[in-house]
Every structure is written in C-alpha cells, then in structure tokens.
Write a protein that binds this ligand. Structure first.
Ligand SMILES: Cc1cc2nc3c(=O)[nH]c(=O)nc-3n(C[C@H](O)[C@H](O)[C@H](O)COP(=O)(O)OP(=O)(O)OC[C@H]3O[C@@H](n4cnc5c(N)ncnc54)[C@H](O)[C@@H]3O)c2cc1C
Length: 273
C-alpha cells in the first residue's frame, strides 16, 4: 500500500511512523526543511487528556461574539459565506448545551486517555527522549466562579474514571508549595496527576528519524499547491515541482486545510442528490 502523508507536524509524522510499521510505503511532504517546524514547534507542551474538551460548550456562543471583537482572540472565525461553513456553524451552535457537552467531552476524554497510553508505549518502544515529565498538571482558579464552573468537568472526569482532585486554596499549596507565596490570589485548582508535559518539536524530530529507519521517505521543501479529486476521492497532489499520486492520502496540514471545503462540498453534493 502506497500512502502520501501531507504535512510533517506531530500528526503527520506519527501517522507515517505507524503506517510504515504496519507495512505501508510512505512518503511525507512538507514545505519546511524538517519535521515539526510549524505549530508543532513551540506549543505549550502539555499532554493533558483531562483537559480535552469540545469548543462547543455552554456559554461559548456569547463568548464567541466577544472574541470576534478582540485582536488576539482564542477563536477566530473567517466567514466565507459557503454552505459548508454555515452548516458547520449551525451544527456547532446546536451542540452548545450541557447534555451534548458532557457526551462530547466524555468521548474526547476516552480518546485522549487512549492516545496518552499509546504515547507511553511508543516512548518506551522507541526510547524517545523529549524532556518529558510525568508529574501531572494543575489548573488554578482565581475566582470562586471559576472553581464552581469546574464542577461540570469534574463530573465528566469522574464518569470516565480519570483520576483527578478538585482542590481548595490549602490543597493547592500542599501540591505546589510555591503557591503559598501568593496567599489570597488563588481560590483552588484542579489536579490531573496522570497528565504529562514534553517538547513536541523534539518528539516529532526523533520520531521522524525512527520513521525514516522504517523506510519512510521525507520530501522537505515542497509546497503543496492543490489536490486533484474526483468526487470524494483524491486522485493526486499538485506540488510546485510537479504532480504525485498514491493509493491513499492523509491530510495532516494542521490549520492549513486549504483544500477541505472543495472536497466536503463534493461530498455534500453527492449525498444531497
Ligand atoms: C500557542 C499554542 C500552544 C499549544 N499548546 C498545546 C499543548 O500544550 N498541548 C497540545 O496538545 N496542543 C497544543 N497546541 C496545539 C498543537 O500544537 C497542535 O494541535 C499540533 O501541533 C498540530 O499538529 P499538526 O501536525 O496537526 O499540525 P502542524 O504542526 O501545523 O503541521 C502541519 C504541517 O503541514 C505543513 N504544511 C501546511 N500547509 C502546507 C502546504 N501547502 N504545503 C506543504 N506543507 C504544508 C506545515 O509546514 C506543517 O509542518 C498548541 C498550539 C498553539 C498554537
């Protein structure tokens, strides 16, 4: 089986590694000179299954309106007027309620916990070192309202069997004594002892080297200019240096999914007719 993986961030490289391990012939394409040089380069380094939560949450529609007016908002929405985008927006807004939030968060939690366990197995199998630390994480609350709002997540964590502790100010200082130096500033926190941290760039670079050992070919410095497709199937990729084809394609371009709309529109046309 021939596979082209588009993008060599943490997702593209990890996908390429597992595919090669499963016997596929894999080529990875990226415009950068190496693996993990864009979003996967300098993120916060948290491996936090416990914090996995959907954007579609109660209160988000109101917050989103405020964010639209901010210069550095956590959520940016560029309306393009397409049917596909409007459909997506309507579906997201319909999920912004307590019941759907709990279901969706529960699903994300289970998937994230499984992924964290895969990461541990991969780290041990390939002897990866990326400044990983396994001391857990601590989310701190400045206001009683923030601590009260965490109850919603705690219920889902408990239902999913994820170890956690909702702490008051004293409990917070017992876990992290340095916080005793700011008395009165924090009212509590949520501790997730099984969370981890690490350097995503290092991880991606090391796994890319292991993938190369398994036969994965990396073509760096290649910009993907477009995708050819017939209906829902991708039939080739257009690089600035020429065209490439494979039996299967994996899109791992992070936030740069510039071709998504076209293919989804074709999908909806097929299914609406
Ligand atoms: C500030 C910040 C902090 C974050 N902190 C955390 C955290 O603590 N924990 C966590 O889990 N996540 C965190 N994230 C999110 C996390 O970093 C991303 O989800 C993850 O890196 C995405 O990986 P990726 O492989 O999907 O995308 P990317 O790493 O962006 O990889 C996409 C690749 O595609 C390539 N590419 C794109 N377009 C083209 C093209 N046209 N032609 C050729 N190549 C192309 C790019 O060069 C890039 O290498 C954070 C993100 C940010 C921005």
């Amino acid at each position: 089986m021939d596979v082209i993986v588009l993008g060599s961030g943490v997702i593209g490289v990890t996908t390429a590694y597992y595919l090669a391990q499963g016997g596929a012939r894999v080529t990875v394409i990226d415009r950068q000179d190496g693996a993990g040089l864009e979003t996967s380069f300098a993120n916060a380094g948290q491996v936090s299954p416990g914090y996995a939560a959907p954007w579609a949450a109660p209160g988000v529609p109101l917050k989103a309106v405020r964010w639209l007016l901010q210069k550095h908002a956590p959520l940016a929405l560029r309306l393009d007027g397409s049917l596909d985008q409007l459909r997506w927006l309507a579906q997201m807004l319909a999920q912004c309620n307590r019941a759907d939030y709990a279901v969706n968060k529960g699903r994300m939690l289970r998937l994230a916990e499984y992924s964290r366990d895969c990461l541990r197995a991969l780290r041990a199998a390939e002897d990866l070192h990326y400044e990983q630390r396994t001391g857990g994480t601590l989310q701190v609350f400045r206001t009683p309202a923030q601590r009260a709002a965490a109850q919603r997540d705690v219920a889902v964590l408990a239902a999913a069997g994820v170890p956690h502790a909702l702490l008051d100010a004293d409990g917070l200082c017992a876990v992290e004594p340095a916080l005793a130096r700011v008395p009165g500033l924090l009212v509590g926190g949520l501790r997730l002892p099984n969370d981890e941290t690490g350097d995503c760039h290092r991880f991606t670079q090391q796994l890319a080297a292991r993938a190369r050992d398994l036969g994965v070919v990396f073509r760096f410095g290649e910009t993907i200019a477009g995708l050819d497709h017939g209906g829902r199937r991708i039939t080739g990729i257009r690089l600035t240096s020429g065209r490439m084809q494979a039996q299967h394609y994996v899109l791992a371009l992070g936030s740069y999914k510039v071709f998504r709309v076209k293919i989804q529109d074709a999908y909806h046309r097929e299914h609406d007719e």
